[in-house]
Design a protein around this ligand. Structure first.
Ligand code: AMP
Ligand code: GLY
Length: 453
């Protein structure tokens, strides 16, 4: 086993799946304690992961058979799944058969993310708070009749995975009932998201927030709340993306979410965890809840079966426990005994993306960066879907580099990221307004309007 300058024995061999900024962040947290011998599987040559991994296999992250065989050959102790695709195809199930425990739910439990209909049905069956009105259509004519008669606004969602780009909302991306009918029919007929059906949900109005939790089948422990910005352009305009950035406050709450409201949201994820146990598919891994704070309280928008990207970059740099210990507790069912702690710091993440992102991202654009200068500002660099070295990367069609400021206040964290951007050279697209006071406060005004209704 490699051990730098022979100082410390690396006693836990961890396999990490995925090659984005989220996985770079997870890798950094796994290696912080100096015990992890890291192996990675990803499709791109992420320089951040390359620096932390002893071995890096450039391979399809959905290739269950190859990954589980490689993991066995390499005598891996445990695996951590960063992204959703391997969950959909049951990589944790295959690793379990190979005797490798995994942080990431088995296929049946991962349906929370891979089937929006499964989650809604589960919440209805177990009478869990935070539900929304929803309908499922497989017949385009029935969908058309329903939308024409309803005279209300809805969100239309493919059932399965669409990399965060499949949901369209009436009044936002869909400008009329006819637009909604056309999109719903396209989803059904084109089997977008893998099923010939579309979920139609009441349109929620309010402010969105993310609550990530660690789950060991029984116990659900919360991480600090994060506010994520999915829209491509400043002022929250333009198409939805995987996300352009995010922020979190030092107290772990958000300007529009109180502790009581956070606990309500946490209660929903606890009930979902119980429901899954009753269904015979206990959940082990990270459970990500996306909520809308409405005038009727927190409503669930969706659940993901992994860390958020970029929300992982907001919370993991603050984790005071060794992530390896947290992984062992998830696998061993002992989270209840863990004293989970996060530093009381604010964070702001801004994603550097290729020029033209998200509609016409330019590939192989060179971005230079001075990592030492950036880090001297207290800003962390997490590489995303790029290839290259620490000092120079080439863009792909996805996001490139997450810059994460960590400071006492959101303002200070935001300003440090702005200063850091001066040390990223080349052409790129970034949302400068993320974490800026005017955007945060505009959201507060809107939340106040919601609260006073
Ligand atoms: P999702 O892929 O489910 O995270 O949805 C993407 C985005 O669509 C969310 O971040 C929300 O902004 C929006 N969205 C999803 N469901 C609803 C809903 N029922 N009402 C309003 N907006 C929604
Ligand atoms: N930030 C949204 C996601 O990770 O799905």
């Amino acid at each position: 086993m490699r051990s730098p300058e022979g100082q410390q024995q690396k006693d836990v061999r961890v396999l990490l799946i995925g090659g984005g900024a989220r996985e770079h962040t997870i890798a950094e947290a796994l290696c912080r304690g100096g015990r992890t011998d890291l192996l990675t599987v990803s499709r791109n040559d992420n320089p951040g992961l390359a620096a932390l991994s002893r071995k890096m296999a450039c391979h399809d992250e959905r290739d269950v058979r190859w990954i589980s065989e490689w993991a066995r050959e390499q005598a891996v102790d445990l695996a951590v799944i960063g992204l959703e695709d391997p969950l959909e195809v049951g990589l944790p199930d295959a690793l379990d058969l190979a005797g490798i425990p995994t942080v990431g739910p088995m296929r049946q439990a991962a349906r929370l993310e891979t089937s929006k209909l499964f989650t809604r049905d589960l919440m209805r069956k177990y009478d869990i708070p935070g539900q929304v009105e929803y309908h499922y259509f497989t017949d385009p004519h029935a969908l058309r009749r329903f939308l024409r008669a309803a005279d209300r606004e809805f969100a239309l969602k493919p059932v399965g995975l669409t990399a965060g780009k499949g949901v369209k909302v009436m009044g936002l991306q869909l400008h009329s009932v006819e637009d909604a009918i056309e999109y719903g029919q396209a989803v059904i007929q084109g089997r977008i998201g893998g099923a010939a059906g579309v979920v139609v949900e009441e349109r929620l109005i309010g402010e969105e927030f993310t609550l990530q939790t660690f789950v060991d089948g029984h116990t659900v422990l919360p991480m600090p709340l994060v506010k994520d910005y999915k829209r491509a352009f400043e002022g929250d305009e333009g198409p939805n993306t995987g996300s352009m950035g995010s922020y979190s406050q030092a107290d772990g709450l958000l300007p529009f979410v109180t502790e009581r409201q956070r606990d309500e949201a946490l209660g929903i994820l606890r009930r979902v965890t119980e429901g899954l146990r009753s269904e015979g598919c206990p959940y082990r891994g990270v459970m990500y809840g996306q909520f809308m704070m409405t005038d009727e309280g927190a409503k669930l928008i969706e659940i993901n079966a992994r860390f958020g990207d970029p929300e992982a970059t907001n919370v993991l740099p603050l984790l005071e426990n060794d992530l390896v210990d947290v992984c062992h507790a998830i696998i061993g069912g002992t989270l209840e005994d863990l004293d989970l702690r996060f530093a009381r710091k604010a964070t702001v993440c801004k994603y550097v993306t290729p020029p033209g992102y998200p509609l016409q991202p330019r590939v192989a654009v060179k971005l230079g960066l001075d990592r030492t200068r950036i880090e001297s500002l207290g800003v962390k660099v997490f590489f995303a879907k790029v290839n290259g070295t620490d000092a120079e990367v080439l863009t792909t069609t996805s996001r490139s580099i997450a810059l994460v400021g960590v400071a006492d206040t959101v303002d200070e964290a935001e300003q440090s990221v702005e200063q850091a951007l001066a040390y990223v050279h080349g052409e790129y697209h970034v949302r400068r307004d993320i974490g800026k006071r005017h955007l945060v406060e505009r959201r507060l005004d809107r939340a106040a309007v919601v609260a006073s209704r």
